[in-house]
Design a protein around this ligand. Sequence first.
Ligand SMILES: Nc1ncnc2c1ncn2[C@H]1C[C@H](O)[C@@H](COP(=O)(O)OP(=O)(O)OP(=O)(O)O)O1
Ligand SMILES: [Mg+2]
Length: 140
Amino acid sequence: MVVKAAGLVIYRKLAGSKIEFLLLQASYPPYHWTPPKGHVDPGEDEWKAAIRETKEEANIAKEQLTIHEDCHETLFYEAKGKPKSVKYWLALLNNPDDVSLSHEHQNWKWCELEDAIKIADYAEMGNLLRKFAGWLSAKQ
Ligand SMILES: Nc1ncnc2c1ncn2[C@H]1C[C@H](O)[C@@H](COP(=O)(O)OP(=O)(O)OP(=O)(O)O)O1
Ligand SMILES: [Mg+2]
C-alpha cells in the first residue's frame, strides 16, 4: 500500500519578478527540507490534506494563497521502507507574512530556484521545482 501525502509548493514574488520558494526543515533526522506537506487523513483527499498541512506546518491559511490548481506534480519515493506518494500544487503567498512553525520543523527559508534545488537535495524534488518555475515563467 502506498502511503499518500500532499502539500503546497509556496512561493512569494519580490521586486523585479524575483521568485522564492518556501522550504521547511524537519526537526528530526535527516533534518531534510521540504515544502509544507503531510499525510492524507482518512476521509480526506489530497487537496484537503495539502491545505490542512500547510496551515498546521507553516501557519498559512488558504485565504492567504492563490493556489494554481493546474500546476501540480506527484513525487514517488520510499520512506520508512514503504512506497510513498506526495502530490504538490503550486501556490502564491499573496502577502508575504511571517511563517510560523509547528514542533515538526525547526527552521524555514525562502530560496531562489537554484538554492531551493540544492537545499531540498532529492533529485525528483529538484525536477518538480524546475517544472513549477517553468510553468510560472510561461504564465508571465
Ligand atoms: N523527494 C524525496 N525523495 C526521496 N526521499 C525523500 C524525499 N523527501 C523526503 N525524503 C526522505 C527523508 C526522510 O528520510 C523520509 C521521509 O521524509 P518525508 O517524506 O519528508 O516524510 P516525513 O515523515 O518527514 O513528513 P510528513 O509527515 O510531512 O510526510 O524520506
Ligand atoms: Mg509534514
